[in-house]
Ligand binder design. Sequence first.
Ligand SMILES: C[S@@+](CC[C@H](N)C(=O)[O-])C[C@H]1O[C@@H](n2cnc3c(N)ncnc32)[C@H](O)[C@@H]1O
Length: 269
Amino acid sequence: MKSRLKQLVPLAIRQEIKRQIWRREDRKNPITAERVPPRAETFIGGGDFIYVGDEFFKVLRRHGLTPDMDVLDVGCGQGRMARPLAGFLNNGSYSGFDIVKPGIDWCNEHYADLPNFKFEHVPIYNKRYNKKGHIKASEFVFPYKDDSFDIVFLTSVFTHMFAKDIENYLSEIARVLKPGGKSLITWFILNDQSRAAQNPYYDFAFDYDEVSKTTTPRRPEAAIAFDEDYLKKLYADKNLKISSTEYGFWAKPDSEHEMQDLIIGTKPT
Ligand SMILES: C[S@@+](CC[C@H](N)C(=O)[O-])C[C@H]1O[C@@H](n2cnc3c(N)ncnc32)[C@H](O)[C@@H]1O
């Protein structure tokens, strides 16, 4: 029924209907929590903004995040992952960048009291998130010096990008990580288990290229999954050692982890 509705009603109309519903909800039941954008202004997908951020904060802590660390949030959106770090990173710092300007403007306004939090807008093209962008993700050089961060993380970002883009981004991540630093990146990973799982919401039925598949051939950026062997080779090529892979419940219903898969890659010392 849901997918039939999707076929019949164009995306722009569906989005406008959703926005109207959220505007009404924002008026009836305004969000009062700090650093949480109004529902009608969110563009980062469904799910409870606070819950999703808090859960990922636990993941970061489990993988060694401490208050004195310098962290980079690539594709930081509207600060969903930054929010629980505010007040935690007392002696460390947070940097985030994203391609959607209103999200970065919102964060700059709502984190102005935290001088160790910096958000930057970069006009990179992405068919889903920034059609007006003129920079190619495959050529973008992160605006940070080599060996700058203890942790670099990406949540639900490489799930919207293509192979040539992520290849460049992983090089950049390896460059800006300090020796011994960790990357925590979420993915949809294609392997025997996920291919057999048949999740109707994440049905990667269409080849995008020889290493990735999409759920939506007309708008492949909507959701992209990568072949696990390709990812293993890519991490090795970029000199990031995979210390663990946590398979998410999108394709492993008994998983104790979050929805997407998570790869922890460490830069050698
Ligand atoms: C599903 S949202 C997730 C946002 C944020 N990471 C979070 O979990 O709340 C995907 C984000 O990736 C960003 N994005 C897409 N392509 C990007 C690129 N090439 N570089 C940086 N961010 C990008 C989008 O603008 C969007 O904010």
